[in-house]
Write a protein that binds this ligand. Sequence first.
Ligand SMILES: C[S@@+](CC[C@H](N)C(=O)[O-])C[C@H]1O[C@@H](n2cnc3c(N)ncnc32)[C@H](O)[C@@H]1O
Length: 270
Amino acid sequence: MSNLAEEGQLALLIGSRGKRFIVLLRASDALHTHEGIISHDHIIGQPWGRIVRTQLGKPFLVLEPSTHDLILHVRRQSQIVYPKEAGYILLKMNVYPGVRVIEAGSGSGGLTIALARAVAPLGRVYSYEHRPDMQRLAIRNITQLGLQEWVDFKLKDIAEGFEETAVDAIFLDVRTPWHYLTQVGKALKSGGFFGSLMPTTNQVSQLIASLEAHHFFNVEVEEILLRAYKPVAERLRPADLMVGHTGYLVFARWIPEAPDRDESKDHNKV
Ligand SMILES: C[S@@+](CC[C@H](N)C(=O)[O-])C[C@H]1O[C@@H](n2cnc3c(N)ncnc32)[C@H](O)[C@@H]1O
């Protein structure tokens, strides 16, 4: 990556009161804020980490945004997959450049951001959503970040099945993922990665029972707890508030040729 901000890149602008903006840099474009207007031309071609000023003289720090920044920035109408889970999902499901991955539902596009940035430039995200209003929001969020090149949005109920076959990974962020495991099996390659996120333990119980009945192996159930600290050197202590609960993660591998459940007994052994 260049140490200069270039046209077509995303920039994070932080005002003196902590207000944050993310913009896709375009020549002659401008960001309008409560503290005045910043011309993109004053950012493009300049080193990252500089202070730019609005026409009213108000300062903004210009940084490259992280994927974490992008996910927290999205306009939401649904619960999103938070960065603490999104990063782990990429590692657990082996999502890297060139991979083909399905997700459902698109929701606000929170997870789509992490998936698209991970599979680019040669991979593909197939993002399914059955609500037109949610799909419009996800497309808008992804397009604003310039990530649409790597995402195919599909307006479809996944009960009708997926259009792709032999994909590397499928992640379901829907209320009843156990209803769609037959469809998942038809779209995943043998040995492919399955993952899901659910807010309640009874959903997890339903899903793992169904995974066992559908030739999924290496089933894992996990929860990620993250605690931030107040970064004050002489009084280091946890922040007063934390996100107490987001959801439970379930991962498994699709092994259609595996011996029957009765022969193998333990779902973590094939
Ligand atoms: C919790 S949101 C997904 C959030 C998304 N992962 C994110 O990070 O922004 C769940 C979405 O799944 C969609 N959905 C639920 N059941 C579905 C189905 N059977 N087919 C397609 N989409 C579905 C809902 O409309 C909703 O938008």
